[in-house]
Design a protein around this ligand. Structure first.
Ligand code: PLP
Length: 490
């Protein structure tokens, strides 16, 4: 199967090559040239009875036929094994306060990015092998918190790979910081920049596309790749759990086979929800995809008006992994609805130059698979409290954004699955305050313990880094390129 860039007509590569490269050299994102055929009703029925691992093998096979089925089976077995604390990998709760919660946080770093980042390194390693490529991969990533930890964890100890993570100084949650610093070892390092996530991401893209830098790396048998959701190898594993959630609802009799189901998705970079859109295109009976944003609500406005406008205040909120004004994966949706690389390039150039663009009217009509809503920090706390009071279930602030959007949604009568993207123990300050009405005594680990006392529960994987401590490296954004060179000894 061939992948192409969203920004030019002639840039085509294999799936393996798209995964190794991460971003297309023209600055675009790789997408399937011809989207895989949807599963038939019969195929779908069989798929929904599979284990998470077998389902993942089948869905990845649909997008990546240049891997053998045996290779994919090995990859998913390794990715979704004993490092998960729930044998289902992605279990769906019973109805809690009106929604079904798809728990995507049972992996080693307690957030949904593990689903993709346990898989991506294995996809990359096999891609290098299949292409007889001897270079070392350098993963350069900007993170608002969860990608960094999950990438470091996914690649840790994997030979021929290096991971350099940039995060906004004082812009990630204390537990996330603790995790990243405790995983800064071997082939992985996390560096703080004096700036916000968008600055980090913009600069990473720049370094990535800098021809001199690329040449310097090539001369030393290195090549850049990306573990951000811009990498198609990170997007594809996320398609799986939309199917798996649906299968669980059918198996329990909560829905009948074929019933539409809404998915409410806490959205930042638009990767997770785009995977849901791909699942729908593959034949899953999806009702609405509810795009749930926090106070950085660029996407809410975009879906309501067709006007993407990032010229607004940037808020550091209590759902930091969604504090984003430029949602990179939206580009893939724009390409999908238009099929027009020139148009996409035009819009992306406008966004870069003026910070905004307007979608032509005929394309706006093609966004009808989506609904959109957002929640302020106060509403987030209110929603955590509502769900806790009504059901005794504790959710994290990101999940609360989607939960509130689902609760308010009136567009149809379908049942709604809320994607639960992080464990509440990753954000104990907000969750404790929301549930108890009291501030925690001390942020970070003490807060986590305080929340655990309140709920009577503490996930095992958290205990691993409780004692860790390390010094932060802080640099201005202008030093990022030099820092990359320094880290690689160039
Ligand atoms: C990354 C992240 C999100 C946003 O996902 P996108 O794919 O960037 O839209 C939501 N919640 C949590 C906890 C995350 O880590």
């Amino acid at each position: 199967m061939i992948y192409r860039s969203t920004r030019s007509a002639n840039l085509e590569v294999s799936g393996a090559s798209a995964i190794i490269q991460g971003l297309a050299p023209d600055g675009g994102l790789f997408v399937p040239k011809v989207f895989p055929e949807a599963f038939s009703k019969n195929e779908l029925k069989k798929l929904l009875e599979l284990s998470y691992q077998d389902l993942a093998g089948k869905i990845l096979g649909r997008f990546l036929p240049d891997y053998t089925p045996e290779q994919l089976a090995t990859i998913v077995k390794g990715a979704y094994g004993a490092q998960w604390d729930d044998a289902k990998i992605a279990p769906v709760t019973e109805n809690k306060a009106g929604s079904y919660f798809l728990e995507l946080f049972h992996g080693p770093t307690l957030a949904f990015k593990d689903i993709a980042l346990q898989c991506l390194p294995r996809l990359m390693k096999t891609a290098l092998f299949n292409q007889a490529d001897n270079r070392d991969i350098v993963i350069l990533t900007a993170t608002s918190g969860d990608t960094g930890t999950a990438a470091m964890r996914g690649f840790q100890g994997l030979d021929k790979t290096r991971v350099i993570v940039f995060y906004p100084y004082q812009g990630v949650a204390p537990i996330q910081l603790k995790q990243m610093l405790s995983e800064s070892k071997d082939n992985t390092v996390a560096i703080a920049i004096e700036g916000n996530f968008d600055q980090a991401q913009t600069k990473v893209k720049q370094i990535f596309n800098d021809q001199d830098m690329r040449k310097l790396l090539a001369d030393h048998d290195f090549t850049f790749s990306s573990a951000n959701s811009m990498n198609v190898g990170r997007l594809l594993p996320q398609v799986v759990y939309y199917f798996y959630a649906y299968g669980q609802l059918v198996a329990r009799g909560d829905i009948a086979m074929g019933d539409p189901v809404n998915y409410s998705v806490p959205t930042g970079n638009f990767g997770d929800i785009l995977a849901g859109y791909y699942a729908k295109k593959l034949g899953l009976p999806v009702g609405k995809l509810i795009c749930a944003s926090n106070k950085n609500n660029v996407l809410t406005d975009f879906f309501k008006t067709g006007h993407y406008d990032k010229n607004r205040d940037f808020y550091v909120t209590n759902s930091p992994s969604m504090d984003i004004l430029v949602s990179s994966n939206l580009e893939r949706l724009l390409f999908d609805i238009s099929g027009d690389p020139d148009l996409v390039k035009g819009l992306m150039d406008q966004l870069k130059e003026t910070g905004e663009y307007k979608l032509p009217d005929d394309l706006r009509e093609k966004l009808s698979d989506f609904a959109a809503d957002y929640a302020t920090p106060e509403e987030i706390e209110g929603e955590i409290k509502r769900v806790y009071d009504e059901s005794g279930y504790v959710i994290d602030p990101h999940t609360a954004v989607a939960s509130l959007a689902a609760h308010r949604f009136t567009g149809n009568d379908a049942k709604t699955v809320v994607l639960s993207t992080a464990s509440p123990y990753k954000f104990p300050e907000t969750v404790y305050h929301a549930v108890s009405g009291q501030a925690v005594t001390e942020k970070g680990i003490p807060a986590l313990k305080q929340l655990a006392e309140l709920t009577g529960d503490l996930p095992a994987s958290i205990k691993e880094f409780l004692g860790a401590s390390a010094q932060e490296i802080v640099i201005p954004p202008s030093e990022m390129e030099a820092e990359v060179k320094r880290q690689l000894g160039l």
